[in-house]
Design a protein around this ligand. Structure first.
Ligand SMILES: [Zn+2]
Ligand SMILES: [Zn+2]
Length: 373
């Protein structure tokens, strides 16, 4: 067997450390190393055993005195109960038992369990997602049994007070460990913390008080929600055990694509196909926005890639104020087939065109320049 490490070193305390310091250090290390916190971690488990053994020896004045005088040889012969630490159960049980504290906030007792969370998906159109919509969603959840009104007892019988805990739902357990006897309070094993038992169970829910139920939930989907986002509705999930709250309902939002619009944050980006003649001559076109048709004026000499911004015509800000913009990106269509007549007309135009015809305005040139600088 490998050389054993010094117990004080294992716990990281001085040789003259007081009882409280030893306890404090053990608690800190146990929290770090307990198998509950490190499932499957062999190293952590070995360290935990080492720490538990060190604590067992140093927390007892007798064994500590022997260890101080003779080292490991002084205590090796004594029966160590380290395995009791390992077999004790969960970490919160262990620490709750030794220190009477509530490690994870939930206490060591398992009372009636909260209901599980439920999930449902909702499919929206692009416009519904932009402006928000109210939806009636149907789903199956675990709900109170209607036959026995959730009591679990076959009507007209009623649940009886639990004899083990006298209706308290909690019992005290006395356990013997290396550190002596201590009393642990936990949920009553007979009634699971409910304080009542059912001798004649409801045949519909077999005494659980809950059954799968069809539930209909009205969901307000806020304006501006995007594909892939999720809403959380508190307490609308599966019902809990009697006396415990229901779980939450998660609504996964799917937004269908719309060929007219692309979403870019809160902005809408739409491509406008514009024949080259209209781009050159200027025109008025009707573009689709979230608010419906919008008359858009395009100046003569509109260029491919020009962007016209319709302010405040985009998607409403989710849980906020205002809206994004609607940006129209101009795509100039060039003819791909020409009739003889059209070719003649274009040749005629070409003969009259010069450099000046294609000279971009200054602001465009400065944009180009800054793009390449
Ligand atoms: Zn009970
Ligand atoms: Zn029932």
């Amino acid at each position: 067997m490998a050389t054993k490490r010094d117990y004080y070193e294992v716990l990281g305390v001085d040789r003259d450390a007081g009882e409280a310091d030893i306890k404090k250090s053990f608690r800190r290390l146990a929290r770090e190393l307990h198998p509950d916190v490190n499932p499957g971690d062999q190293h952590a488990e070995e360290r935990f055993r080492e720490v538990a053994e060190a604590y067992e020896v140093l927390s007892d004045a007798d064994t500590r005195a022997r260890y101080d005088r003779f080292g490991h040889a002084g205590v090796d012969g004594s029966s160590l109960h380290t395995d009791q630490f390992m077999d004790f159960g969960s970490l919160s049980d262990l620490l709750g038992a030794f220190f009477g504290d509530d490690l994870f906030g939930g206490g060591m007792s398992r009372g009636p369990q909260r209901g599980a969370d439920a999930a449902v998906a909702v499919e929206l159109t692009f416009v519904e997602a932009a402006f928000g919509v109210s939806r009636e969603l149907e789903m199956e959840v675990v709900g109170p049994c209607e036959h026995c009104a959730g009591s679990g007892a076959k009507p007209p019988s009623q649940p009886e007070r639990c004899e083990t805990c006298g209706g308290q739902g909690r019992v005290q357990r006395v356990q013997q460990t290396a550190l002596g006897q201590f009393v642990q309070t936990g949920a009553c094993p007979t009634c699971g913390g409910r304080g009542v038992t059912v001798s004649d169970p409801c045949r519909v829910c077999r005494g659980h008080g809950r059954t799968p139920t069809q539930q209909s939930v009205e969901v307000q989907i806020p304006a501006g929600i995007a594909d892939g986002q999720r809403l959380q509705l508190r307490g609308r999930g599966h019902h809990g055990e009697p006396g415990a709250p229901a779980g939450d309902l998660y609504v996964a939002v799917r937004v269908a694509a719309d060929p007219r619009f692309q979403r870019d944050g809160n902005d809408i980006v739409a491509v406008l196909d514009l024949p080259f003649t209209k781009a050159a001559l200027g025109t008025t076109v009707s573009v689709e926005t979230l608010d419906g048709a919008h008359e858009l004026e395009l100046k003569p000499g509109t260029q491919p890639g020009d962007v016209i911004t319709l302010r405040g015509k985009g998607v409403p800000v989710l849980n906020g104020r205002g809206r994004g913009h609607h940006r129209v990106l101009v795509n100039v269509l060039m003819p791909s087939r020409l009739t003889d007549e059209q070719r003649r007309l274009l040749a005629e135009f070409e003969a009259t065109a010069d450099e000046d015809t294609y000279r971009a305005d200054e602001s465009f040139m400065s944009r180009i320049r800054s793009a390449f600088s």
